[in-house]
Ligand binder design. Structure first.
Ligand SMILES: Nc1nc2c(ncn2[C@@H]2O[C@H](COP(=O)(O)OP(=O)(O)O)[C@@H](O)[C@H]2O)c(=O)[nH]1
Ligand SMILES: [Mg+2]
Length: 268
């Protein structure tokens, strides 16, 4: 972990507390400086943690150079590529150890506009989880290829129907979590490695009774670098959603049988 420079006064947002933006990176050397600069300009009072998986393109060194000149930026160097979910879990743990009240998930490639962050943080005043949503009224998706649009639309439809979650963009990765809401979730049970992490956390938070709100965002295709999306990541998401759907139905069925026998209420 690289150090920070200078004195860094702790800033607490009214109604939210101390906020840490976690940016996972893998081969984002050309993106990391612009994204951090945009975050710092859009929300100067939040801290930033770059969680880099030992990117071969030297992203970690670029991140260290930023941290050397900006006391609000830190770098978490991880030994190797372990997937988005593992990087975020490490970032959440880092935030918890240092007493943050809320964490933000944000991609490094500019698809999640830091300029939308103040709106997401404002919405978190009345919520446990805020999802920057691509699929609610007022949202826009710019320059995404048709196959990615279809994948996201169909994947979200499947997640919504299969898991019964009132969330339009369960796969979206631009989020604010109150740490207290994550405390209500067994993060040790999270098994996703790839992008199904977002669906898994949505599901766990929903089941734990979290107040989840969606705020429309403008999502833009990355301009530099390559996507890490792969057929394996898609397969993992489809497989896991299907397994969770079956598990949920089994639990609901058992409760229904028992509830009916005992004259109790059924699954909510
Ligand atoms: N630390 C870490 N970050 C990752 C990993 N895989 C993807 N990312 C980051 O997760 C974010 C989203 O990945 P991206 O390739 O843009 O996915 P896409 O937007 O679905 O095409 C980017 O900031 C990536 O650098 C990983 O294994 N480890
Ligand atoms: Mg991307």
């Amino acid at each position: 972990m690289s150090g920070a420079v200078g004195v860094r006064p702790q800033v607490r947002r009214p109604g939210l507390g101390r906020v840490l933006v976690v940016i996972p990176t893998y081969n984002e050397a050309d993106n990391v400086s612009p994204i951090v600069a945009r975050v710092r300009a859009a929300a100067p009072d939040v801290d930033v943690l770059i969680a880099d998986d030992n990117s071969p393109d030297g992203t970690g060194a670029v991140a260290d150079a930023i941290a050397a000149t900006d006391a609000r930026v830190r770098v978490l160097h991880r030994p190797g590529k372990e997937g988005l979910g593992a990087a975020y879990l490490a970032g959440f743990g880092w935030a918890r150890e240092r007493g943050y009240d809320a964490v933000v998930e944000m991609d490094a490639d500019g698809s999640h506009a830091p300029e939308d962050l103040p709106r997401l943080l404002a919405a978190a005043g009345d919520a446990d989880v805020v999802i920057g949503s691509r699929w609610c009224r007022g949202a826009k998706v710019v320059d995404w290829p048709l196959r990615r649009l279809l994948l996201s639309r169909c994947g979200n439809l499947y997640a919504r129907v299969a898991l019964g979650m009132p969330v339009a963009d369960a796969t979206g990765g631009y989020r604010v979590y109150r740490l207290a809401a994550l405390d209500a979730v067994d993060l040790g049970s999270v098994c996703s490695q790839g992008y199904s992490f977002q669906v898994e956390l949505s599901r766990l938070a929903h089941r734990a009774g979290a107040r989840i709100v969606e705020v429309p965002i403008t999502f833009a295709e990355r301009e530099r670098g390559a996507s890490k999306m792969s057929p394996l990541i898609v397969a993992e998401a489809l497989w896991r959603i299907s397994v969770w759907a079956v598990q949920d139905r089994r639990v609901a069925w058992r409760r229904g049988v028992r509830g009916t026998r005992a004259g109790q209420a059924r699954w909510p």
